[in-house]
Design a protein around this ligand. Structure first.
Ligand code: C5P
Ligand code: C5P
Length: 449
């Protein structure tokens, strides 16, 4: 569902209405998600509010639940507005419990009736928010209506969309074009791995994930066999081509088409942000969010460079640890009839692990990773665009299977998650396997009936 020009016009007109609603308030509470898309969304709206001299208080959370609503209700005053970014569409019941007015700017599948004063969600304009407009893009659409000079925030919108592995067609393409035209982003052809020493990048970066990632000895052997060393920016065009083809050859063996596309092609440079390399910026923001330092990521997106060294250190440690987690996860993967799954016990980044497994190792079936945390089991599920085209909808699968295993779930068709009761993992996996089987073979389902 890419939408058409009418969809984009409708989206712009909704963004205008949302902007007009926001501009009526003088105190705003912003609540957003702790991944790159959520942090950039928060940064876009906070900067737009600041420029209008509207006071704001922002909080970055890992998920929307009753405790978040309680905290919001305890910290707002009469007449305030609460803006939820990158969350809220799937839980209108929670939003309705906020004691003051609300606005929801989100790209998750809408469920039920919303009580918010205004909502922006691309799904309402026939644009699939899982693929063609992120929460940061949605928030940018509102910010550009608040003031056209907010175009400088379009780099953050593109950062959030790449963080959410989105495709640059439809609404995303509109934002990217606007960004490039206004010199907020520059585009060149290259490797989407980031800048710096090539050996260090391959050692510490989870994506692109190669069979040598994290193993310095093998990385050195690989680079020596190519006779390519040093900083990726300093490579001459011949060495760069040698490196790019060798990496592509490694990936092509097992990876999904989208993984290959996500490694080589248009490379974006951010001209207005404190980290110009968009791939490093994404790694930093995600790391900050996941180690509960979302505020630090937000500060960086507000262009305060004083926190850059601390944020870079957090990112290095977090991403290096993820590479180790992926290595461990490889041996835990099990195969069902329609899904692969793994009990990724003690791994705190199962979403990234599941994403790397499906994109770089086994793209043929959805991957479901589970991890027991205190008294609940967290679940992350990932698919590919190819599987979505074949009928897979992980949002539905997580939501329905969680309902049957004393939990809750949701997300997007391509990336979703759940939290279920301890002791229910086997049951949950069987239910998901069955649901995905029916999604892939709807005819079999009807012939059973
Ligand atoms: O809450 P939100 O929608 O932003 O979270 C989606 C998550 O799923 C992001 O962390 C994003 O990186 C991940 N994702 C993924 N593979 C995709 C699409 C999204 O791992 N193809
Ligand atoms: O946690 P993870 O990155 O796997 O989340 C993927 C998607 O699933 C996100 O959009 C998130 O908001 C959603 N999710 C959810 N309920 C959960 C866990 C994740 O709706 N319990």
């Amino acid at each position: 569902m890419t939408g058409n020009s009418e969809s984009l016009d409708e989206l712009i007109s909704t963004a205008k209405q949302v902007s007009e609603t926001i501009l009526k308030y003088s105190n705003v509470r912003v609540v957003s998600h702790n991944d790159t898309d959520g942090i950039t969304s928060a940064a876009i709206i906070c900067q737009a509010l600041l420029r209008e001299k509207i006071r704001y208080h922002a909080t970055i959370v890992s998920r929307l639940d009753e405790s978040v609503i309680e905290d919001v209700n305890n910290t707002i005053s009469e007449g305030d507005l609460v803006i939820f970014c990158d969350m809220g569409s799937g839980q209108p019941d929670l939003i309705s419990n906020v004691s003051e007015d609300t606005v929801v700017i989100d790209h998750h599948n809408p469920e039920g009736e919303s009580t918010a004063k205004a909502v922006l969600n691309p799904h309402f304009s026939e644009i699939d928010g899982s693929t063609y407009l992120s929460a940061s893009g949605s928030t940018y659409m509102v910010a550009r209506e608040m003031d056209s000079s907010n175009v400088d925030l379009s780099g953050l919108a593109v950062t959030g969309a790449i963080g959410d592995k989105q495709v640059f067609e439809s609404a995303n393409e509109f934002i990217l074009d606007e960004s490039v035209k206004n010199s907020v982003i520059s585009v060149k052809k290259g490797l989407k791995i980031g800048e710096g020493d090539i050996a260090q990048l391959l050692e510490n970066v989870p994506e692109p994930y190669l069979d040598i990632s994290g193993d310095r000895e093998k990385i050195d052997e690989f680079l020596s066999s190519l006779n390519v060393h040093g900083n990726i920016n300093d490579l001459d065009s011949e060495d760069f081509k040698k490196l790019a083809s060798a990496i592509t050859l490694k990936i092509i063996k097992n990876a999904s088409t989208e993984a290959v596309e996500s490694v080589i092609g248009d490379v974006y440079t951010l001209n207005k942000e404190p980290v110009q390399d968009i791939y490093e910026f994404i790694r930093i923001l995600n790391a900050c969010g996941k180690v509960k330092k979302g505020g630090l990521g937000l500060t960086l997106c507000l262009r305060d460079t004083s926190v850059l060294d601390e944020a870079r250190q957090i990112s290095l440690e977090y991403n290096r640890n993820i590479v180790d987690q992926i290595k461990k996860a490889e041996s835990l993967i099990q195969c069902g009839s329609n899904i692969r799954y793994l009990n990724a016990e003690s791994m705190d980044s199962i979403g990234i692990v599941a994403g790397v497994i499906i994109r770089y190792m086994y793209p043929d079936m959805p991957v479901i990773a589970t991890n027991e945390v205190e008294d609940v089991v967290k679940v992350s599920a990932r698919a590919t665009h190819h599987l979505i085209e074949k009928g897979v909808d992980l949002n539905y699968a997580m939501r329905e299977a969680a309902k049957l295993t004393v939990g809750s779930g949701g997300g997007h068709n391509i990336a979703a998650g759940a939290a279920i009761e301890k002791g229910q993992v086997e049951n949950f996996i069987n239910i998901v396997d069955d649901i995905i089987g029916k999604q892939l073979n709807p005819d079999t389902e009807s012939s059973d009936e």
